[in-house]
Design a protein around this ligand. Structure first.
Ligand SMILES: Cc1cc2nc3c(=O)[nH]c(=O)nc-3n(C[C@H](O)[C@H](O)[C@H](O)COP(=O)(O)OP(=O)(O)OC[C@H]3O[C@@H](n4cnc5c(N)ncnc54)[C@H](O)[C@@H]3O)c2cc1C
Length: 527
């Protein structure tokens, strides 16, 4: 099999097919989870708002979220929302509580707790930043996950079961025999072209699905929708908070372990999928909505933005926000193209189910009989209970917070990861990343650039945004990958230039000046 696309969907399919005993090649033109998956809100959730127009998506998401929690317990954490109600909101407190009572029926599917209704006073007591105009609030519980790690754990497990997985490898052509697809031509990180034959090629390219399907001479229509987030490199509230935007959409401020995501927009996208910019207007749209419920929001300093494009199924005459998050598995034999299957649409929260149905379709084509096991078979590192982080920290002479971070990525494998380098060395103090974990990522986790290290181990994701750590990180990775001094500086310059695109939309005047100065200094670096 060849699977095109190493987002959460493709990685999930590669794992599923490998576990069923098939031989799999997984290819991604960028890095694992570097497309839409990494730009998501990092939530494994049911989506209560879909209840209004797509009950099945909420149910299936909740069911699959329950499976993901079961197989990756070390990676997921509870995210508790306060949904504040203000005068003139589209839902008053009674309507909102009724909606949550319905959603409560789904919560046990994903091992989450039912809602609680709070008076305005109670809500402001637990979340003092909320507006004094508050009428009341309800709570809602979801799960958070680092999507980059979730994708990579699927890749790791696929490889452990015999798959070959190549990042920075773009599929440039589909090999054809008459109408049928019989393999792929791809260009690797070194620029060399190769071919691989496959009995079935799976198109799991997320928003790039139409582009890849055109290579097979067939057409899959999506209605791609762009979303952005503002990222704060710390928590700015005790709880996650929802807010209504000026046009009545539900927006979320999501408090993850050590940072906050504020998002997201949802707009039809017609541009170049490989170059998606964040506009200052989009940033203002989000801040305007949150200023109403959390008046001090503009006093906090964001460090960057993220953006991605949803691979939503095509539908005419609907607002983006009301589009279903359903998915479709398409066997193109029906259009006269044999050996080619597409998976389109869906959500991160039900990637496992999407992978199962796609793998079922592949197995049917091959007459291969093997059941899906991904709902119960743990991902690498899974443990229902981990060693207390302070003990792990003491043994490896690192701060307890750094140990916790390693555990959130490697779970029960953390001890092995930390044994790999000199004890106690920290690459970044603000986002406590150990030298051991970074070296391990370069050695065993296909990290080829500093941006890959950002995705794999959170390099430069803290308040310093890389200023205090990228040079040091380049040395650690460079030692592992044999980089010369000029390659190390080159890697730093490339990272800073890439990060700038995400930082510019949230910089104000002094911030711009500061960044220009830092960039100028870096450009001046010569070996
Ligand atoms: C702003 C935003 C917030 C979201 N938040 C959530 C959330 O909190 N929870 C949730 O459940 N869902 C969320 N979603 C939806 C979810 O992120 C996506 O549905 C999901 O991540 C899509 O995964 P994917 O693997 O299909 O696509 P992608 O992650 O985009 O993966 C496709 C991959 O294909 C690769 N590719 C493309 N062309 C080629 C080629 N020619 N050769 C090789 N590789 C190729 C790309 O490099 C890419 O990595 C959000 C979406 C957005 C935009």
């Amino acid at each position: 099999m060849c699977v095109i696309g190493g987002g959460v969907t493709g990685a999930g399919i590669a794992r599923d097919l490998s576990l069923r005993g098939l031989s799999v090649l997984l290819l991604d033109k960028g890095d694992w989870g570097g497309g839409t998956s990494g730009a998501s809100s990092w939530m494994i959730h049911g989506g209560p708002r879909y209840l209004e127009f797509d009950w099945d998506t909420t149910r299936l998401s909740c069911e699959d979220a329950g499976h993901i929690v079961t197989i990756a317990r070390h990676m997921v954490y509870r995210v508790v929302f306060i949904i504040p109600i203000l005068p003139h909101d589209k839902n008053n407190i009674e309507r909102m509580e009724t909606a949550m009572e319905v959603y409560d029926r789904f919560q046990p599917l994903k091992k989450a707790h039912p809602h609680v209704r709070l008076t305005a006073e109670e809500a402001r007591q637990v979340e003092p930043g909320l507006s004094p105009d508050l009428v009341g609030a309800v709570t809602m519980e979801e799960w958070g996950v680092d999507p980059h790690r979730l994708v990579f754990a699927n890749v790791q497990d696929a490889v452990a079961h015999g798959a070959r997985a190549l990042n920075h490898t773009r599929v440039t052509e589909l090999l054809r025999d008459g109408g049928s697809v019989i393999g792929v031509r791809y260009r690797g990180a070194d620029g060399a072209s190769s071919e691989a034959r496959a009995k079935v090629v799976v198109n799991a390219a997320g928003p790039w699905v139409p582009e890849v399907s055109r290579l097979a001479g067939t057409d899959v229509r999506l209605r791609p929708a762009k979303g952005i987030h503002i990222v704060y490199p710390h928590r700015i509230s005790n709880f996650s908070i929802s807010a209504e935007s000026i046009d009545g959409r539900d927006l979320l401020l999501v408090s993850h372990a050590g940072f906050t995501l504020l998002g997201t927009t949802d707009d039809d996208f017609y541009g170049d999928l490989d170059s998606v910019d964040v506009l200052e207007d989009e940033v203002d749209y989000l801040l305007q909505a949150f200023e109403r419920v959390f008046p001090a929001i503009r006093d906090y300093r964001p460090s960057r933005t993220t953006t991605g494009v949803r691979p939503t199924l095509f539908k005419w005459r609907r607002y983006e926000d009301e589009l279903s998050r359903r998915y479709r598995v398409i066997d193109h034999a029906a259009d006269g193209v044999g050996g080619f299957v597409t998976i389109a649409g869906g959500k991160l929260s039900m990637y496992r189910l999407m992978a199962e149905e796609t793998s079922d379709a592949v197995c049917r084509k091959l007459g291969h009989q093997a059941p899906c096991t991904t709902a119960s078979l743990p991902l690498p590192g899974h443990a229902s209970e981990l060693e207390p982080a302070p003990e792990l920290a003491r043994r490896h002479r690192i701060p307890a917070l750094a140990a916790m971070k390693v555990q959130s990525r490697h779970g029960s494998l953390s001890d092995d990861v930390l044994k790999e380098a000199r004890e106690g060395r920290i690459v970044c103090r603000c986002e406590p990343l150990t030298e051991a974990e970074l070296a391990h990522a370069a050695r065993h986790e296909q990290v080829r650039s500093l941006a890959d290290a950002f995705r794999r181990v959170g390099l430069a994701s803290g308040p310093c945004a890389g200023a205090a750590c990228v040079m040091r990180a380049a040395e650690v990775i460079g030692r592992e990958l044999d980089w010369s001094a000029s390659q190390r500086f080159g890697a730093v310059r490339e990272f800073v230039a890439g990060a700038w695109l995400g930082r510019a939309p949230v910089l104000v005047h002094a911030g711009w000046a500061q960044e220009e100065l830092a960039l100028g200094a870096l450009r001046g670096l010569r070996v």
